[in-house]
Structures are given as structure tokens and as C-alpha cells.
Design a protein around this ligand. Structure first.
Ligand code: TYD
Length: 128
């Protein structure tokens, strides 16, 4: 988990993270996921080379992870916490609350060939 720094005032809260100080890679891309319907799931893939940080800017959601051997599950529900998700980890995102916003910081620009979307293929790739 990465701590993101808050600057709070009477007019609201600002959160920031800097490459080198908080973030373990140079951010090349950001995207965010919103309006996830109740019961819907996202993810269900791994990346070969892409590192990411996931932040719940609003609301909450659950991130289930596996490296093919161990499993981890994290509930992201605070803008001050970023989940570092290195390459080579299978992820599923579920249980999005109403108005949840999942902000993703990524180490590379979009590359469809970096995805592994089949779990058996992921296990075979991990055992290489
Ligand atoms: P995907 O990464 O599969 O989303 P999720 O893991 O949340 O289910 O991406 C969904 C679609 O969006 C897929 O067709 C690829 C496209 N996409 C881009 O074009 N650029 C991007 O930066 C991202 C993250 C996705």
C-alpha cells in the first residue's frame, strides 16, 4: 500500500503523490473507472510488463489478486491509500459501491499485447 499525502483545509481535501517519493514508477498513463453497475466485475486479466497503482478516489471496491500460488484481497475505500500492483499478477475488481471511482496510474501507455486475459494462459506464462 502506498500512502498518498493529504492537504486539508476548510475548502476541502487535496491528495497528491509524486514519482520517486510515493510512486515506484514513472506514470505514463492514467485512467479511471466509474459507473460500475451493482454486481459487475472488472479486470479478470494480468499484465506482462505493466505496473499500476489503484486508488479509490471515491466509494469502495474489492481487488482480488493472485500470482498463481498465493491469493490476496484488498478493499480500497480511501483516497489516501494506493495499491501497488506490479506486473505478473492476475486481478479481479468487484463489489463496487455506488459512485465508486477507481483511479489507475500506469507505468506504460496502452498496449493490448501486454494483457493476458485467459487464466490458464496466465498460469502457463507464470510457470515459464
Ligand atoms: P480493460 O483494461 O479490460 O478494463 P477492465 O480491466 O477495467 O475491465 O479495458 C477495457 C477496454 O478499454 C478494452 O477494450 C481496452 C480499452 N482500454 C483502452 O483503450 N485504453 C486504456 O488505457 C485502457 C485501460 C483500456
Amino acid at each position: 500500500m502506498i500512502d498518498i499525502t493529504e492537504v486539508s483545509s476548510e475548502s476541502g481535501s487535496l491528495w497528491y503523490a509524486e514519482v520517486g517519493r510515493h510512486l515506484p514508477f514513472v506514470v505514463q498513463r492514467i485512467y479511471y473507472i466509474i459507473d460500475v453497475p451493482e454486481g459487475a466485475e472488472r479486470g479478470a486479466h494480468a499484465h506482462k510488463a505493466l505496473d499500476q497503482v489503484l486508488i479509490s478516489v471515491s466509494g469502495s471496491f474489492v481487488v482480488d489478486l493472485t500470482d498463481g500460488v498465493s491469493k490476496w484481497s484488498y478493499t480500497l475505500n480511501h483516497p489516501g491509500k494506493g495499491l501497488f500492483l506490479p506486473a505478473g499478477i492476475w486481478r479481479g475488481l468487484q463489489h463496487f459501491s455506488t459512485k465508486a471511482i477507481c483511479l489507475v496510474l500506469a507505468s506504460q501507455t496502452y498496449d493490448a499485447s501486454d494483457y493476458i486475459r485467459d487464466f490458464d494462459e496466465f498460469l502457463a506464462w507464470k510457470s515459464k
